[in-house]
Design a protein around this ligand. Structure first.
Ligand code: PMP
Length: 400
């Protein structure tokens, strides 16, 4: 008999992973899918040679220490590097390594905060649309999840305040930079105001920031955390999109007392993040040129974004609305209201192209005519050809 409980039996694969499974299924039959669906960064940009050098050197110099049990709060030199990065890039100035806790990707941070904070009767507020993996992680602890609409410059603060006034909101889940899925970024003014709202309504902000360094304009915004005078903001960063996601190295920045509590959770959960991965990330930040690497990623993703934007404008139906992302991995499209992108998915997939129906990301609204496209993974010639095909398919679907 398989393991069973109300919780276990309620679990389903995440919506995006089920698309990935379909793609793998076709691949096993020898059919190649050109996927705009995944959340993946481009693997040809991972610094493979450098990580290999760092690993060999670490073993040569430190032997078994590299794979010994280690501290639950993380590898201290890495925590110091991250504290430096937080000051240099995001204006989070009044911190030391003691405010930094290393997590197994930012996903783990989200799970810890949800598990740690959510109690019976609580609400969690998020942007709609938002990252589907966050919705799944938060819902595991049974809060009421309330979606608040976004303007072009981030979450709508009037709507947010109305929700905060009428509910016990434990935290506000935000992706302020190059949001997944919408590509939007929050203005500096709103960043300041939302911290004040959190203080006024006695709630926290979970600032999820895995895309913040992938800016196409060179403009990197101060973190919401940088305006936090009250210890209301828990900041989560990740190297998944800037170094490599399989390393599973992310971090949380918070006040020392909160960090201690999270570390206690980690001791009960998985003890520590993989030592080798932490050393690889530290070695990369410290000994190689991270800024140059970021510039390469930014340049290539920008070229791919431009290519996709041009192709969408040329080949998609004229009434398609596009949010132009100034960074990150994703483009968000709103099609003619008559189109249901979830229903259209199988038709497009039968022609070996994949996207994510936008409704998966929506909370409290349907968003049936929306879709998310990843522009980062495929080369420009493929983007050009396949977006043209996708545009033609959408037009023929509309006419059918
Ligand atoms: N937050 C957001 C907004 C994401 O898009 C993702 C991954 N796609 C994550 C968190 C999880 O990232 P990590 O690999 O750092 O766990």
């Amino acid at each position: 008999m398989s393991i069973s409980s109300t919780y276990l039996d309620s679990l389903t694969p995440s919506a995006i992973r089920s698309i990935t499974a379909k793609i793998r299924d076709k691949a096993s039959q020898g059919i190649k899918i050109d996927s705009f669906a995944g959340g993946l960064p481009a693997p040809d940009l991972f610094p493979v040679k450098e990580l290999e050098e760092i690993t060999v050197k670490a073993f040569q110099e430190e032997g078994g220490e590299v794979i010994q049990y280690a501290a639950s709060d993380g590898y201290t030199p890495l925590r110091e590097e991250i504290a430096r990065l937080m000051k240099e890039k995001f204006d989070v100035t009044n911190i030391t390594f003691k405010n930094v806790f290393i997590t197994c990707g930012s996903q783990q941070g989200l799970n810890y905060i949800s598990k740690g904070l959510i109690e019976d009767g609580d609400c969690v507020v998020c942007e709609t649309p938002t990252y589907v993996g966050a919705i799944d992680s938060i819902k595991a602890y049974n809060p009421t999840v309330i979606g608040v609409h976004m303007d072009d410059d981030g979450i709508n603060l009037e709507e947010l305040e109305a929700v905060l006034r009428g509910n016990t909101v434990k935290f506000i889940y935000l992706i302020p930079d190059f949001q997944n899925p919408s590509g939007r970024s929050m203005s500096v003014e709103k960043r300041k105001q939302i911290v004040e709202l959190a203080e006024k309504y006695d709630t926290y902000i979970y600032e999820d920031a895995p895309y913040s360094l992938i800016s196409f304009t060179g403009n990197i915004m101060p973190a919401v955390k940088s305006f936090d005078k009250y210890n209301r903001v828990i900041y989560a960063g990740s190297f998944s999109k800037t170094i490599a996601p399989g390393l599973r190295v992310g971090w949380i920045v918070a006040d020392e007392e909160s960090i201690t509590k999270l570390v206690y959770m980690k001791m009960r959960d998985d003890l520590q993040v993989n030592n080798i991965a932490q050393r690889q990330v530290y070695g990369y930040l410290y000994n190689y040129n991270f800024d140059e690497h970021l510039a390469t990623i930014q340049g290539i993703y920008k070229e791919r974004r431009d290519c996709m934007l041009q192709a969408v404008k040329t080949y998609f139906p004229e009434d398609t609305k596009v949010v132009v992302p100034e960074g990150g991995l994703f483009m968000w499209l709103e099609l003619n209201p008559s189109i249901d992108t979830l229903q259209m998915f199988d038709y497009v997939f039968s022609k070996n192209i994949a996207y994510v129906p936008g409704t998966f990301f929506c909370v409290g609204e349907k968003g049936l005519n929306t879709m998310r496209l990843n522009f980062a993974t495929l080369d420009t010639d493929v983007i050009q050809t396949k977006i043209a095909e996708l545009g033609t398919l959408i037009k023929s679907y509309m006419e059918a």
